[in-house]
Design a protein around this ligand. Structure first.
Ligand code: NAG
Length: 498
């Protein structure tokens, strides 16, 4: 079928698929028509090609950078070094003997660590804990980093977003966060770290892995998992936030990317309540004409999410990146659509996701031009698909941006630089509705132009499937890579003042 399609037929399809019921031919479609290798890519496809192949080829042909690209982006404020090490191996190296498991809410010693590790290892359950004794933690962290076979990675959302942005040679990236010597050495050379952000010690996050069936003493792991702990006070207090805001004056970024709010969750309500207020006031000092993207992904506490909404974070940022869990939290916190759902069952329904995205932009965003809010863009990512929802008139190149985010998810989860179609599978629905209730449009995905577009009120939605990695290698930082890539391919329109 794809082989026979002429350009005219494809154009008709495109218009039909993309803009049901929308009278005006949007700029995006005109952009597609003028793409030079459009026909070539369709011709080279034949009916034997899998949907995965067709979609991947279409991404390659259709994703192009915007006319006006960012040249300076400032990113803050969480950064750390992830040390991935065998849990049993490290504990043996620390000379502790196996024993019985016992959970501790806070780890105060090597013994607490051992007991909590055994507790979760015996269940094969993931867990994350704070280690309160600074000196003891530093000794353990040193042992872990030097343990044979330990793997060190750049960690923390801001650092990961910075690393992704730095793969674009023309982009100057400022990173603010607790950067110790090890992290500094691992960061891309292109990343600028202000001197005030450099600290003597790295913030290590220790990730103790164990394999399915692995045995230690009388404990056996029913499945592979990881136990994570740290003594990360800097990130937990977002202590770099003020430095970050102060350094923007000199750096003059065109875009600010903020993440790490979720790190405060672990500090307990008393601490984060005040700190959130300070954070809002610090961020309010950023010049109004600089768009701010807030990466929400990895929040786990509904109350905390609720405070972020109430503390008026949403209205002072222009863009947010989140996943299905945070989206549902947002709706539950504000009694929005589908708030009665306790969790998504399987792949989140596009119609419900679309309802909540619209509600966020109408309730907390600038969908009504008379609103005081700045929020005009949401990059939603879930395993099987992504949606970029934007208020009309503020952003450009959305189709390329959402496809670029999906492409990076499809390659990076497999540990690759490019999509390997033998290693991925399509899991997204190819037919869905624009809304859960009437009036609604029936929509479908055209694999040769895998962006489905619909409009509701003053908001336009761009949907693209993800080619899901069948055997994911490392999913840490995937959301950060998706959001970073989506931003690189996004363009702010100038005609509308923020
Ligand atoms: C959409 O924008 C128009 C003005 O351009 C405004 O009058 C209307 O209230 C907006 N709709 C919503 C749902 O915010």
């Amino acid at each position: 079928m794809w082989r026979k399609a002429s350009v005219a037929a494809l154009l008709a399809l495109a218009v039909g698929y993309f803009y049901h019921g929308s009278p005006d031919l949007p700029a995006q479609i005109l952009q597609y028509v003028s793409l030079p290798n459009f026909q070539t890519s369709s011709e080279s496809l034949n009916s034997q090609d899998s949907l995965e192949q067709v979609i991947s080829a279409a991404w390659e042909a259709l994703i192009s950078l915007p006319t006006r690209q960012w040249s300076r982006v400032a990113v803050g404020v969480n950064a750390c070094v992830d040390v991935v090490v065998s849990g049993v191996g490290l504990l043996q190296a620390l000379a502790v003997d196996p024993g019985t498991g016992l959970d501790h809410e806070v780890l105060r010693s090597k013994e607490d660590l051992k007991e909590a590790f055994i507790h979760f290892m015996g269940r094969g359950a993931a867990a994350e804990r704070f280690f309160s004794d600074k000196e003891a933690f530093q000794r353990i962290a040193r042992a872990a980093a030097e343990y044979p076979g330990a793997k060190l990675y750049v960690g923390g959302n801001a650092a990961l977003i910075g690393q992704k942005l730095a793969t674009y040679p023309d982009l100057m990236v400022l990173l603010c966060g607790p950067v110790g010597p090890k992290l500094h050495e691992m960061l891309d050379e292109q990343i600028v770290v202000p001197p005030e952000s450099l600290q003597e010690m790295d913030e290590f996050h220790l990730i103790l892995e164990y394999k399915a069936g692995e045995q230690w003493g009388s404990t056996q792991a029913p499945q592979a998992n990881r136990f994570i702990f740290s003594h990360d006070v800097s990130n937990g207090e977002m202590s770099s936030l003020e430095t970050f805001v102060a350094s923007l004056e000199e750096f003059q970024p065109e875009l600010v990317v903020l993440s790490g709010l979720h790190m405060m969750e672990g500090q307990g309500r008393v601490l984060w309540e005040d700190r959130l207020k300070e954070a809002v006031s610090a961020i309010s000092d950023i010049r109004k004409d600089i768009p701010i993207h807030l990466e929400l992904a990895s929040m786990t506490d509904k109350d905390y999410m609720n405070s972020i909404m109430q503390e008026q974070f949403m209205p002072i940022v222009s863009s947010i990146g989140l996943n299905e869990q945070e989206l549902l939290f947002l709706s539950q916190a504000g009694e929005g659509p589908h708030a009665e759902m306790t969790a998504w069952k399987g792949i989140p329904d596009v119609d419900r996701v679309s309802d909540i995205l619209l509600w966020v932009l109408e309730q907390h965003g600038r969908s009504d031009p008379s609103s005081e809010a700045d929020l005009t863009r949401i990059h939603f990512h879930t395993l099987a698909y992504h949606i970029l929802a934007t208020v009309d008139g503020y952003w450009g190149n959305q189709a390329a941006a959402v496809m670029a985010g999906a492409r990076v998810a499809s390659s990076q989860a497999c540990g690759l630089q490019t999509v390997d179609i033998s290693k991925v599978e399509l899991k997204a629905p190819l037919e869905f509705y624009s809304s859960h209730t009437e009036p609604r449009e029936q929509l479908s995905v055209n694999p040769t132009e895998p962006v489905t577009v619909w409009r509701r009120g003053n908001v336009t939605f761009h949907f693209t499937p993800v080619l899901v990695c069948k055997r994911p290698l490392r999913t840490v930082g995937l959301g950060d890579a998706i959001s970073a890539e989506g931003l690189v391919y996004s363009e702010l329109k100038t005609q509308q003042p923020f």
